[in-house]
Ligand binder design. Structure first.
Ligand SMILES: *Cc1c(COP(=O)(O)O)cnc(C)c1O
Length: 438
């Protein structure tokens, strides 16, 4: 690998217009370690995006890397379709013992194709097969991936429109808080589903994120999640938690739903599951719902062995004691209190929300979020935006970040926000003072 700077514009003329992150982060990234990425022209970038949640243990985590380099060097099976290998058995046994049994959970493992979207497809197919029903209840601002089935349960209009065919088989209902704090949307859903004249087909599944990542770091309350699980049970639907982005420790527990004391029928996992940024996706399925016949959801890259090896290493390194999770909660609180201070200094327009180390800073106005993130990148911090209008700045640092780097990143954010609000563009200052009145 050379670090010779190459022109981004040359790369841009080769790659499709579909690219997205390079527009927000115009640089060529050549190396990365922990929470720091290096660009080909020698800049150091603090990473608060973490591969959209795929790098909870940081870039090129050397402890995890040791396991996969050893595996590669030993000529063990790397690609084996879904054949049995020691790597797969060890992963399932370790996950079962360290993660599931410790939490009183029992699931079967289904390894799907490597993307989160493929695992979502499998979860939807399975719940339709189990119940003989078609409809999936999904939520406003929900995000579940870009294949057709996953797009059908994804709320955002531009993603849906890009599919070019009618998307069907889903009914969208308001997420917790969508109609304001006074409306209990679980009660609303319960009323809809228990009335045969509500116009809503009986659901095969209710599919939910406990914190909506792409949707704007919207946090569901514990009581709401408990109600949704109870509703699913009472109407004979499967209760599916999409833990692709919020799982693997992001919210301060291994699973994002633990705090609510619920046990989903299906849990969908991907992103940080492999621990190393290599693709790995799976479903955890309650045994009574494992209605698959052999080969009904296949894929060439199911449970890639290299990813299973790094996933096992990540569990062994970080999840055998509860100190890692406690550290995530503590670091999350440190982040949150700093963001709260930054928000309150700036008046009532801004708000902070999230759980654990998944936090959102709601700027209310897309222009403010965009300008702040752009300035931050110029100063050496990668932060992405989310929410229906891209008005929320999303903080997803690696769970392994040290306090000093975290604070450096937050300093850059604070400065970038200040420059956006007070600084150069009178246009933006004008807009910021009218925030909240729209
Ligand atoms: C990223 C994500 C997906 C889709 O995963 P891909 O690997 O991009 O297909 C699905 N659900 C949630 C909550 C996600 O964050």
């Amino acid at each position: 690998m050379t670090d010779e700077p190459r022109s981004e514009t040359a790369l841009q003329s080769l790659e499709s217009n579909v690219r997205s992150y390079p527009i927000s982060f115009p640089a060529v990234f050549s190396r990365a370690r922990g929470s720091i990425m290096l660009t080909a022209d020698g800049r150091k970038i603090i990473d608060f995006l973490s591969g959209a949640g795929a790098l909870n243990y940081g870039h090129n985590n050397h402890q995890i890397r040791a396991a996969i380099t050893e595996y590669l060097a030993s000529d063990a099976v790397v690609h084996g379709l879904d054949l049995a290998t020691p790597a797969k058995l060890e992963f399932m046994e370790t996950f079962n013992a360290v993660i599931l049994r410790e939490r009183g959970l029992r699931y079967r493992f289904q390894f799907t194709g490597p993307t989160g979207a493929n695992a979502i497809e499998a979860a939807l197919k399975l719940s339709r097969k189990v119940t003989g029903r078609q409809n999936i209840i999904s939520f406003t601002n929900g995000f579940h991936g870009m294949s057709l089935g996953a797009s059908a349960v994804t709320a955002r209009r531009n993603y849906r429109a890009a599919c070019g065919v009618p998307l069907s088989g889903a009914t969208f209902v308001p997420y917790d808080g969508f109609l304001g704090p006074a409306v209990d949307t679980a009660e609303y859903l319960s009323t809809l589903l228990s009335d045969d004249s509500s116009g809503i087909d009986a659901p095969a599944a209710i599919l939910v994120e406990t914190v909506q990542g792409e949707g704007g770091i919207n946090v569901a309350r514990k009581e709401w999640l408990q109600s949704i699980q109870a509703i699913a049970k009472s109407v004979g639907a499967l209760f599916i938690v999409d833990d692709i982005q919020m799982g693997c420790g992001r919210t301060g527990d291994f699973f994002s739903f633990e705090f609510a004391g619920i046990s989903p029928d299906i849990v969908v996992m991907s992103k940080s599951l492999s621990g190393y940024g290599v693709p790995l996706s799976m479903l955890l399925i309650k045994e009574e719902h494992d209605a698959w016949r052999p080969g009904e959801h296949t894929g060439t890259f199911r449970g890639n062995n290299l990813a299973l090896v790094s996933a096992t290493a990540a569990i062994n390194i970080y999840w055998r004691s509860c100190t890692f999770a406690a550290g995530v909660r503590q670091m999350g609180e440190a982040m949150r209190s700093r963001l709260d201070v930054i928000a309150s200094k700036r008046g009532h327009h801004f708000s902070v929300r999230g759980r654990g180390m998944a936090l959102g800073f709601d700027c209310q106005a897309a222009e403010i979020a965009e300008a702040t993130a752009r300035k931050a990148f110029q100063k050496g911090l990668m932060i992405e935006r989310c929410g229906p209008n891209n008005q929320v700045i999303k903080f997803l640092p690696a769970l392994t970040i040290d306090l000093e780097t975290l604070n450096q990143g937050l300093d850059i954010f604070e400065l970038s926000l200040a420059e956006t609000l007070d600084g150069s563009s009178s246009d933006l200052v004008g807009r910021s003072s009218s925030v909240g009145s729209t």
